[in-house]
Design a protein around this ligand. Structure first.
Ligand code: DC
Length: 229
């Protein structure tokens, strides 16, 4: 069967990754979480003192960026990808609130986006890939055969992220997380380079009131329609 490219974009914490990962596993495609790549760069900045409040030392980052290695390896137990930064497993570190609260600043830098987009295009050149993010259907793979734009209300997304962090034993109030979700929406949709927006040919999925299994089924049906099964 011919392999296609699947682009899943949408707001933060709206369950894109879960549905993208599960679909990729089911259909035997590679899954790439492009947000994890921006998070890994942000972690690097934090660990190297390149972020001071809302200011980033762009000169140092620009010169360090070509030497950063961001890779994914499948967790053999769960079949899900794990993120590595310069060979170190950083999957948990990149999901903390410290990284979440700075990642939009880093993702708004044009030279960071250029480097990440080129890496992402390289990863998808053989097709057979499901990639999720903000600009996958618009900038990274404008010719993707299946494009989905996922959305849900900020309150529902904040509650989902709060539950996720609680389950990992991280602290953080619901209000703080809701504020972070709203701030990121604003930065993601208004930044100059590749702002989050729906591609004209993307299908919209509002999953505010859907269960994970309903979303999975919806996506599997869209995939079958495109590949003609
Ligand atoms: O999907 P996420 O919440 O892990 O993404 C983290 C941040 O990275 C988010 O603030 C938006 C940014 N991002 C982006 O600008 N472009 C992408 N393709 C993916 C994520």
């Amino acid at each position: 069967m011919k392999k296609i490219t699947i682009a899943i974009d949408g707001y933060s914490s709206c369950g894109k990754s879960t549905m993208a990962k599960d679909l990729a596993k089911e259909i035997g495609y590679i899954y790439i979480d492009s947000g994890a790549m921006y998070r890994a760069v942000t972690l690097y900045c934090l660990e190297h003192g390149l972020i001071n409040g809302d200011t980033i030392d762009t000169e140092t980052l620009k010169s360090d960026l070509p030497d950063l290695s961001i890779t994914f390896k499948l967790n053999p137990e769960t079949g899900r990808p794990l993120t590595y930064l310069n060979g170190q497993l950083v999957e948990d570190k990149i999901r903390t609130l410290a990284v979440s609260s700075k990642v939009s600043l880093v993702a708004a830098l044009d030279f960071v986006r250029t480097a990440m987009v080129s890496l992402q295009q390289q990863m998808g050149k053989e097709k057979g890939i499901v990639m999720d993010g903000r600009d996958i259907g618009t900038t990274v793979f404008p010719d993707a055969e299946l494009k989905i734009f996922v959305t849900a209300s900020p309150e529902i997304r904040a509650q989902r992220r709060y539950d996720e962090l609680q389950a990992k034993g991280e602290t953080g109030s619901y209000e703080e997380i809701l504020q972070n979700v709203k701030e990121r929406d604003l930065i993601d949709t208004t930044r100059k380079v590749s702002p989050l927006c729906k591609a004209d040919d993307a299908l919209v999925l509002d999953n505010s009131h859907m269960t994970i299994s309903q979303q999975k089924q919806w996506l599997a049906e869209r995939f079958k329609e495109v590949v003609g099964e």
